[in-house]
Design a protein around this ligand. Structure first.
Ligand code: GTR
Length: 425
């Protein structure tokens, strides 16, 4: 009897699996990448070619920004008029080498509030305001190192990748679990601060029709529009709220803030940097589809796949391009171009084919003409560099050995990049 039940269940399971699988098979074959044409980032919608900085900033850049707001990420509401900050400081953290600040940022909108918890480490030896890296984390501030003083995240916590456990909360067991992704000692010893916030404080990463997280503060009760903000835009909005705080803290040089993120949070860091010019430097770590990778290549994860797996990440208009990338009036090289003239770094990993390393490189490559026009500098490499051979100008790119992750190797490149562009500022 049991054997029959097991057989039946496995047929059902395999059946279910085959169904979802049959709907999508990732292409990993370069010869099967469709023929595509990328929009020229320097040619305006009316066909006029941009030949100077003025035309870029007054005409073409606003056009491109508008395309991303309308077709990809959706429109965010901007800075709320009312925000309060509650700051807790420990100036003897990490064996007396660092100052730890924990700030609760509380925006109030339509009488409703949300608590966003920002964790900051600053080097104790700093003589003045320090430059800093900021990035969201996947599972709570308490996961980035084993410091027992970090408050456990209080908001919803995923214990699986699809958000089916909606009541899960953080536990002590998770303290320090993502430490390998945050090179805190190197960051502090090289004179930078590090700031992070749990993405789930801003918007929990599951689809609930935008009822929870920051979307709830702005809910109108009206049906959503095609260009209403999704979760990635909400997370980027949260990064901008971190920047509001940096502007108030005299220990931080808010003109030298680098924003970075990994994977879905890399898509977020690039959108935050593109849409909020207060970020002085922008880093994409393995951000893939909807981040640094070109969508029109449809290599690895595609627009259709990402919108099906994560219907809440982008705005609804983006779904028009499911299996229809050729119709996109933009591509992700134009997202990187929005960051110009500020330095941008794109990192890939060799085994991360799902994120399309070549597509990430090509995005950086095709953003280069905008950087050249504005600064005379861009991405030195014309062809994709070998593994572990970064190519660095005002645009930086590397592909390292290994899998989808943030490693010390990645951080060392980001620190060198920041030294090059932020230290001299
Ligand atoms: C995957 C998703 C990717 C990437 C990744 C992550 O499931 O398909 O786009 O964002 O998750 O964030 O780890």
């Amino acid at each position: 009897m049991n054997a029959i039940r097991t057989l039946l269940l496995s047929i059902l399971f395999i059946g279910g699996f085959t169904l979802t699988d049959a709907a999508f098979t990732a292409n990993y074959d370069e010869s099967k990448v469709p023929q595509y044409t990328l929009p020229d980032p320097l040619v305006c919608l009316d066909g006029v070619k941009v030949t100077d900085a003025r035309n870029w900033f007054e005409k073409r850049r606003p056009e491109i920004l508008e395309l991303f707001l309308t077709h990809v990420y959706g429109r965010s509401p901007g800075k709320p008029a009312e925000i309060s900050y509650s700051v807790q400081i420990d100036d003897a953290a990490r064996n007396g080498t660092a100052v730890r600040k924990q700030i609760t940022i509380t925006p109030k909108v339509n009488g409703k509030t949300i608590d966003l918890n920002l964790l900051i480490y600053l080097p104790k030896k700093a003589k003045g305001p320090v430059p800093l890296f900021v990035g969201l984390n996947f599972r709570g501030n308490h996961t980035i190192c084993d410091d027992p003083g970090i408050r456990l995240a209080a908001s919803w916590m995923p214990d699986d990748r699809d958000g089916t456990s909606k009541d899960n909360r953080a536990t002590e067991k998770a303290r320090g679990k993502s430490a390998s992704r945050w090179a805190i000692d190197q960051i502090l010893s090289r004179g930078y601060g590090l700031a992070t916030m749990y993405c789930g404080d801003i918007d929990p990463d599951f689809h609930d029709e935008f009822k929870n997280g920051v979307h709830a503060l702005y809910g109108t009760g009206q049906p959503r529009k095609g260009d209403d903000w999704g979760t990635i835009a909400a997370w980027a909005w949260g990064l901008s709220r971190c920047m509001d705080y940096f502007e108030k803290d005299p220990d931080i040089d808010h003109n030298r803030v680098a924003v970075l993120g990994h994977s879905r949070l890399g898509k977020t860091s690039v959108w935050a940097g593109a849409s909020d010019p207060r970020f002085a430097l922008v880093i994409s770590n393995d951000s893939g589809c909807g981040g640094a990778a070109l969508s029109k290549r449809a290599f690895g994860e595609t627009v259709g796949r990402i919108n099906t797996s994560f219907p809440h990440w982008f705005c609804d208009n983006f779904k028009q391009y499911n299996e229809n990338e050729a119709k996109l009036p933009l591509d992700q090289h134009m997202l990187l171009a929005l960051v110009a003239p500020r330095p941008v770094y794109v990192a890939s990993a060799q085994d991360d084919r799902w994120a399309d390393p070549r597509g990430e490189f090509l995005s950086a490559r095709h953003a280069d003409p905008v950087y050249r026009l504005l600064t005379g500098d861009g991405l030195p490499a014309k062809e994709m560099p070998d593994v572990n051979q970064p190519s660095v100008g005002r645009i930086g790119y590397h592909i390292r050995t290994g899998k989808h992750d943030v490693t010390e190797y990645d951080w060392l490149q980001y620190l060198d990049f920041a030294d090059r562009w932020l230290k001299s500022k």
